[in-house]
Design a protein around this ligand. Sequence first.
Ligand SMILES: Nc1ncnc2c1ncn2[C@@H]1O[C@H](COP(=O)(O)OP(=O)(O)OP(=O)(O)O)[C@@H](O)[C@H]1O
Length: 511
Amino acid sequence: MATNDLWAGIGSALAFLITLTTMAMNQSRIKLLINKISAYLNPYIQITIPEYGAESFKRSDFFVAIEAYLSNLCHQDGRVRKLKAELESDMQKPQVSVDDDQEIVDTFKGATLWWYADTELPKTTVITYRAGDEKRRFYRVAFHKRFHKHIVNDYLPYVIKNGRDVIAKNRQHRLFTNNASSQWSSYNREKSLWSHVEFRHPAKFDMLAMDPAKKDEIKDDLNAFKMGKDYYAKVGKAWKRGYLLFGPPGTGKSMMIAAMANFMDYDIYDMELTAVKNNTELRKLFIETKGKSIIVLEDIDCSVDLTGKRTDKKKARKKSGDQSDMATMRQKEDEKKDDEDSKLTLSGVLNFIDGLWSACGEERIIIFTTNYKDKLDEALIRPGRMDMHIEMSYCRYEAFKVLAHNYLDISEYQFFELFGEIHRLLDQVDMSPADVAEHLIRTEKKDAGACLQVLIQDLKILKAKKNSAADCHPQDPISIVVPDLNPTVLPDLNPTVINIFEVARDSTLES
Ligand SMILES: Nc1ncnc2c1ncn2[C@@H]1O[C@H](COP(=O)(O)OP(=O)(O)OP(=O)(O)O)[C@@H](O)[C@H]1O
């Protein structure tokens, strides 16, 4: 009897379990069915983008890009009423984004999209370090299923690109400089190779005193580069561009780099080559640079011995005649040691510009500057290696007009005669834009007219000096006749002009 009762009990328990399982299965089947019917009837598709990826504590790049894109969108016509603002440490201004439960409508090539942000509690327990972090935000976008492919293939990449551009624009730009390898640490490799400060240089292309046509050409080139991701991919080239800036001191090479960085919204990596021991270090530094940046190698002619001596050495060894196997092995070992220990070599720098390593990362500009283009090795500047050679030259009239406008807020129509005279003089003598700019700094005692007068006097002195230097005999004492020198401006003579007397005298003696 007891056994029967036991079996009956087990039987009813099993029956109960089976009933429960069947109900659950039916429920999930019913759910699936409902989903299918609603998907059939509802022509709209939703995509959800969570703030955090499944495996990371870091906000998803996709989410951050959407946030930036939508914040930019809602600025355009005030289409959203509830916004929120956040200021991160590396931002120039607060980022305003759409608050939760707000809908924002976007259109793309005929498709209408409805975005909204919301929060949800995670399904699993989350360990957080900030109160309120347990809620996870997400963006959801809905659109007609007719546009499915179009949205996934074209619209979402478009949102990411635009969002990233907005972030780059809003981000505080940084100026990096490389640390000596003795300070590198394996613990925090990325941070120990480069140190940075905020980059707040106000330079803009408008402020640069140079031929306006040349300025436009450079801006067009930069724009084409910025938009050229697909083009570079199509032709199989790394997405990078090289510029060589050359010209005498004070002609604005550094200012041009700052203007380029501001124009492109890029960071600057100022590579101090004297702190780089060898090619291996150069490569390590290069790998740690990020995209959307300008890498600058200033005064490339003075920084390192880039004369390709090492190659000559190898050639010399080869020339030295037949060698035994032992000698060849020793030579190979020597060369290997040379590679490791040697200073930076031309081949190392060339590899840096266009070797395989240079293709790591993308959207990078490399700029070389020099005061003496002629001193550079042909290999370094041959066409194709540096994509554009930009000459920064002495101040001529067009450049002077830009400086006069920037420094004194005047134009040629206000000081017609003085401008005319300066025009004539600048055609005849070389003065750097930095020197001209020094003359145009207004003081309490010196108004715009007085600034121009002093500049004219100094240009005349330069001209007279140039003429007498051309005429005089090496042994002659230097005597200069400056026509029309206005004695009232003599006390204001620029010290650089006086230096130029000495330089001109020395060069005459040498010649
Ligand atoms: N072309 C220019 N347009 C406007 N300002 C200029 C120009 N060139 C020089 N200046 C002024 O002179 C200052 C010094 O110029 P800058 O350092 O850019 O010259 P550089 O060519 O880099 O000189 P160096 O070869 O000695 O490094 C600039 O900060 C700027 O005020």
